[in-house]
Design a protein around this ligand. Structure first.
Ligand SMILES: [Zn+2]
Ligand SMILES: [Zn+2]
Length: 258
């Protein structure tokens, strides 16, 4: 079974540099590894991600056949933590959208408010499309066309800023900030930053007084185009989008590499 592969047995850890503490904070997989194995078993048996509801109430969009088609597979993650009453709790997340769905019952929500996100993007994208149709109707060298291209550019930039404004994140020190502010890379955060499993799970934990004890992520479905992700294998959180924000997210958990 892929999840039991020997090369996969080493301790998984996520982490990142925290500019507030000037330290590298980390979190090990711990019990989240087994939680992921349990989740893999459920996905294998039920073939859908809304397996906690009876089959006749299931959403057809939640079938795992989606992960084996053109869209290819996806990262899934688990966080095991302790709530304020000392009870152990397990939470699950999928990366990004699942077949068009930001929210599915029994999975943690995105780091932003999905309703606000849909309102902002729908309106904005419709306006961008309307402008594009208008632009395409005008002669290429016309001043009116050049003007509209500028309008569209400004609108796209404004839309991007509005979307970034929805990504307000919180950590275990009580700190909060926009992803664009806490991202520790040279450039701004790439598209999709904050949508991976680790930030979703950590944000959920921080907002619900859950003290994380472990976190792990695995890939499920058809291998990705570059074949760097294979069905049923564990992977560390991604270097481009997650590592530059995980130092912030993990701040306050007292797990540091000096
Ligand atoms: Zn990531
Ligand atoms: Zn810190």
């Amino acid at each position: 079974m892929p999840g039991d592969d020997v090369s996969q047995s080493e301790e998984l850890t996520i982490g990142g540099y925290c500019s507030h503490c000037r330290k590298y904070h980390y979190l090990k997989a711990g019990k989240a590894r087994q939680a992921c194995m349990d989740l893999m078993a459920s996905l294998r048996v039920h073939q859908r991600i809304d397996f906690k509801v009876p089959p006749h109430q299931g959403n057809p969009q939640c079938g795992t056949d989606y992960l084996f088609g053109e869209a290819r597979g996806k990262m899934f993650g688990a966080l095991v933590g302790v709530d304020e009453h000392g009870r152990e709790q397990t939470f699950y997340a999928y990366c990004g959208l699942y077949n068009g769905l930001w929210s599915v019952a029994d999975w943690v929500e995105p780091v932003f408010d999905p309703v606000a996100f849909i309102n902002v993007t729908l309106e904005g994208e419709q306006e961008v499309k309307r402008l594009t149709r208008e632009i395409n109707r005008l002669p290429i060298q016309s001043d009116q066309r050049k003007e509209l291209v500028q309008v569209r550019r400004r609108l796209s930039r404004q839309l991007m800023q509005e979307i970034h404004g929805l990504y307000r994140v919180t950590n275990f020190r009580g700190g909060s900030g926009l992803l664009t502010e806490i991202f520790s890379g040279e450039k701004g955060p790439p598209t999709g930053t904050g949508d991976c499993c680790a930030p979703k799970l950590l944000q959920h934990a921080a907002l619900n007084n859950i003290l994380p004890m472990g976190i792990a992520e695995f890939y499920w479905g058809k291998e990705n185009a570059s074949r760097s992700r294979q069905h049923g294998f564990f992977y560390p959180s991604c270097a481009t989008k997650c590592e530059p924000i995980l130092g912030f997210f993990l701040c306050g958990l007292e797990n540091d590499v000096p």
